[in-house]
Write a protein that binds this ligand. Structure first.
Ligand code: SAH
Length: 238
């Protein structure tokens, strides 16, 4: 009994040490936002993966979560969260819940998170993890996220975790003036994380970094089976 408890406690400590190292690596790679780094230091990451993948949970790689989808690599997640620059009182919309890892991070960075996932089973699993972690300010819905989630709009920030051909129109509509959309977009065969800022009457788009995500499939993005989808059909994806 006591052996068992000691083993469990050290296992917990081991993951904490791994997270510390992961976060140090993110800081070394140029992530400066202290709230993002603190959130990633505090939130367990391995529990968002199937147990056989736990040993790899803190490597800077994408990892499979089933249904041909992947958990985004930590540096990319950190970059996107930093670019969103969320304040504590803001509301965010996430498209592509996946494992729910980023959803949980968003929940600790702002007031409320609304997340949409097109694969029912992934949405259900992510919901379970969020509940298990006692996170109460995140809601997950199974739907085509290219429609956004109009009920709770406008959003101060929107983050899309799959590559789109352009910003889906409903997302632009549901963004508050002064709000930011962080979205990977594929243009001329080049996949880049872009930050789109909405000011009164105009949009400004800045490319942040090259990336490789799974395609955003839906009414206002790629059609299923679209050969253009994802731009980069091969290589590492997050
Ligand atoms: N940040 C997530 C990334 C998951 S991968 C993580 O780290 O786990 C991207 C996710 O986007 C996949 O789960 C995929 O099913 C989902 N997705 C793709 N198109 C979508 C759409 N139109 N609406 C909602 N989710 C979508």
């Amino acid at each position: 009994m006591s052996h068992h408890r000691t083993a469990r406690r050290s296992e917990h400590g081991d993951y904490q040490v791994r997270r510390e190292k992961m976060v140090q690596g993110l800081a070394d790679a140029g992530i400066k936002d202290r709230r993002v780094l603190a959130a990633m230091r505090a939130l367990p990451r391995h529990v968002f993966l199937a147990e056989p993948l736990w040993p790899k949970a803190h490597h800077d790689v994408t990892l499979p979560i089933g249904f041909k989808q992947t958990m985004t690599q930590p540096l990319t997640t950190a970059l996107m969260l930093e670019a969103l620059a969320l304040r504590e009182n803001e509301k965010v919309l996430e498209i592509g819940t996946g494992s729910g890892y980023q959803t949980a991070l968003l929940a600790s960075l702002c007031a409320a998170v609304f997340s949409v996932e097109r694969i029912a089973e992934l949405a259900r699993e992510a919901q379970g993890r969020i509940r298990e972690l006692s996170i109460r300010n995140a809601s997950i819905k199974h739907f085509d996220g290219t429609y956004g989630w109009s009920e709770f709009a406008p959003y101060d920030g929107i983050v899309v975790s799959a590559t789109a051909p352009s910003v889906p129109a409903p997302l632009l509509e549901q963004l508050a003036t002064g709000g930011r959309i962080v979205i990977p977009m594929s243009r001329n065969g080049l996949e880049q994380i872009c930050v789109v800022t909405k000011t009164r009457g105009s949009l400004e788009t800045v490319a942040l970094a090259l990336c490789s995500f799974v395609p955003l499939l839906g009414r206002y993005a790629y059609a299923e089976g679209d050969s253009e989808a994802g731009g980069a059909r091969s290589g590492k994806r997050s």
